[in-house]
Design a protein around this ligand. Sequence first.
Ligand code: FES
Length: 158
Amino acid sequence: MQYSQKVIDHFMHPHNVGKMENPDATATEGSPACGDQVTMYLKIEPDKHTIEDISFLSYGCASNIATASIITDLAKGKTLQEAKKITWHDAVEALDGLPPEKTHCSVLASDTLQAAISNYEITHGFKEVVNFNKDTILEELEKVIYPQVGEDTFPSSW
Ligand code: FES
């Protein structure tokens, strides 16, 4: 498996790693593809809603650590609206690529960022809690990527 130098650098020397004391929001997400997890913590500037600080803990592979590291770099200093647009594609591009079978690691990192933002919005009254229903379950299943080949396992047309 061939990793870019950037992936190796972020794995060996991850940025923004560690548990945050008194975060304004947090989220832990697990990958349905492999069972690995990431926790992210956010500190939000309350007037402009910018991400003042962000950190993560990884319970997973080298790509899990590298993608969480680069996602936190991409999100830091952004407004919540800007950070909501950060996708796993952005993480992969910023890392100069990932092996296809590791794509789901970047999906986990971006999902965790989005879940932490959602946690902030819900706990601060900007968003309603969404209860699970058929649509939200199908939405989650659409993110499942077959880890051995890095392809969607679920047709998005469902
Ligand atoms: Fe599961 Fe990388 S996050 S193998």
